[in-house]
Design a protein around this ligand. Structure first.
Ligand code: PLP
Length: 497
């Protein structure tokens, strides 16, 4: 059955999957949503016998219905290959009674690789299918991990250019080093004097600026997005929840159809939304546990039904979750409003004007499957330390936020369901925070000394992604103000007004 996509703010426009991937964001500023969430059409038992690539096909074919089998399998084959340092692509590791789904074995050692290694292929396939003649320009705002993963995915992909904006001083040293050493003629990295939300808002403004888009078009360019608002990122993220469930079933950890819980360290709400979609496809997930750091706007939302971004922005040791406007939450709001674009548009307008909105009690009832929690900086560090002391397993700060929230959830609710924790980054990406959590005296060591020490005490090889940047030259040093983001784009594309 063909699935079509419409905006969360306007029910009128209907797009195919490939058109929605090309556009990224709807003209009205809304996000593309499928007209229905398709049900899995293979049994969980059959899935238990499948590879990651086969699972990806079974899930993605249901959403991307205008891609041929051949096209989709080609995209999957090119994405999930030896760029990943484990054959399983997404291994599951048991520690202290929870199952860590390691989503960080791709080129840039964070979970964004799961979707961003396939997005360039989906996008160029979509361009071919729709006879696009323009070159595609990817504009991306990053809180640290998206940027590098997108750069790595798109570098030297023909017919594309990519420009990444990151908050200067708001990402980890390793993250910054990874980005500014990016190779590829078609890549551009710009630091902005502002935080992630400002970078993201600036990117959204360029998308919504008709005059700017017309200027690009006249020069043979069109914009697309690699941010998690693109449906071409959301759909590949559903795959690993299905894969993880099937793996637990295969290993006899759970019985067929036994419900599991999923815990996701959350920022822009893309990863947990993918788990919500997986659940709605029929995957037996009981609770969706949304874990926040001290920027706990989502926790407050699940508690009170009011989303309020009017608060201090806190820089934490889990920077990829330092977000006050969780863009993908809009898709959930749309769904719990009964797929009502007008109702959603009103709430998003209130968010734009007042920085806040409240959902109705009826909508709130539909959030019963979600549980919200948050971890302070001290709790996050303590979680890393105790897990290491007790098991030798080292997790990164984002994953530790999730583990900390889960430990308290399990204790408070007495919920013994088998639980998958999305492990979203390698500890090598946030080495200083991770190592000082284990022992504060590590703070005296330099960044790469710390990397070697982490490898030693955790008994894990230094990932290729880190080895690569040890001595790499800085290729990008552009810094600009939030107001000048579009100027930076024009400069890179050599466009004159
Ligand atoms: C992006 C990111 C997150 C947050 O994911 P969302 O989909 O934005 O909620 C969590 N952890 C890491 C390491 C990330 O890179």
């Amino acid at each position: 059955m063909a699935i079509y996509y419409s905006s969360t703010r306007n029910a009128k426009e209907h797009l195919t999957a490939s058109q929605a991937i090309l556009k990224g964001l709807a003209d009205d500023g809304g996000l593309f949503v499928p007209n229905e969430i398709p049900a899995l059409d293979v049994s969980l038992k059959d899935l238990a016998g499948m590879s990651y690539q086969q699972t990806a096909f079974e899930v993605m074919k249901l959403f991307l219905t205008d891609f041929t089998e051949e096209e989709l399998k080609a995209c999957i084959g090119r994405a999930y290959d030896s760029k990943f340092d484990t054959e399983e692509i997404a291994p599951l590791v048991e520690a202290k009674g929870a199952y860590y789904l390691e989503l960080f074995h791709g080129a840039t050692i964070a979970f964004k690789d799961m979707a961003l290694s396939i997005l360039p292929h989906l996008l160029t396939t979509a361009a071919r299918k729709n006879d696009v003649k323009n070159e595609i320009v990817i504009l991306t705002a990053t809180s640290g991990d998206t940027g590098k993963a997108a750069l790595s995915g798109f570098a030297d992909v023909e017919g594309t250019k990519i420009i990444v904006f990151y908050p200067k001083g708001g990402v980890s040293p390793i993250q910054e080093q990874q980005m500014v050493t990016q190779r590829g003629e078609n890549t551009c990295v710009v630091g902005i004097r502002g935080n992630f939300d400002q970078a993201q808002t600036g990117v959204k403004q360029m998308f919504n600026d008709r005059a700017f888009r017309a200027l690009l078009d006249a020069n043979g360019y069109q914009l697309s997005s690699a941010n998690s608002i693109n449906i071409g990122r959301l759909v590949p993220q559903i795959v690993y929840y299905v894969y993880a469930y099937a793996k637990l079933l295969k290993e006899g950890v759970i019985a067929d159809k036994e419900p599991i819980n999923v815990v996701v360290p959350t920022g822009n709400f893309g990863n947990i939304l993918a788990a919500f979609y997986a659940k709605n496809m029929g995957l037996p997930i009981a609770k969706l546990i949304c874990a926040s750091n001290e920027n706990k706007v989502l926790y407050d939302f699940f508690e009170s039904g009011t989303y309020d971004k009017n608060r201090e922005f806190i820089l934490t040791s889990s920077p990829s979750m330092d977000i006050l406007i969780s863009s993908n939450l809009e898709r959930l709001i749309y769904h719990i409003a009964g797929n009502d674009a007008d109702k959603n548009a009103d709430l998003m307008k209130a968010l734009g004007v007042n920085g806040a909105y409240s959902i109705t009690p009826e909508m709130k009832k539909k959030l019963a499957d979600f549980a919200g929690g948050f971890a302070t900086e001290a709790q996050t560090a303590e979680t890393i330390r105790t897990l290491y002391d007790e098991t030798g397993y080292i997790i990164d700060t984002h994953t530790a936020v999730a583990a900390s929230v889960y430990n308290r959830y399990r204790e408070a609710e007495g919920d013994a369901a088998k639980t998958v924790i999305a492990s979203t980054a390698s500890p090598f990406k946030f080495t200083r925070s991770v190592m000082t959590a284990i022992d504060p005296s590590y703070d005296e060591l330099g960044d790469f000394k710390l990397v070697d020490e982490l490898s030693r005490i955790g008994n894990v090889k230094v990932p290729q992604a880190i080895e690569e940047i040890r001595n790499a030259p800085v290729l990008h040093d552009h810094l600009c103000s939030v107001e000048d983001m579009s100027v930076a784009v024009k400069e890179f594309l050599a466009i004159e007004d």
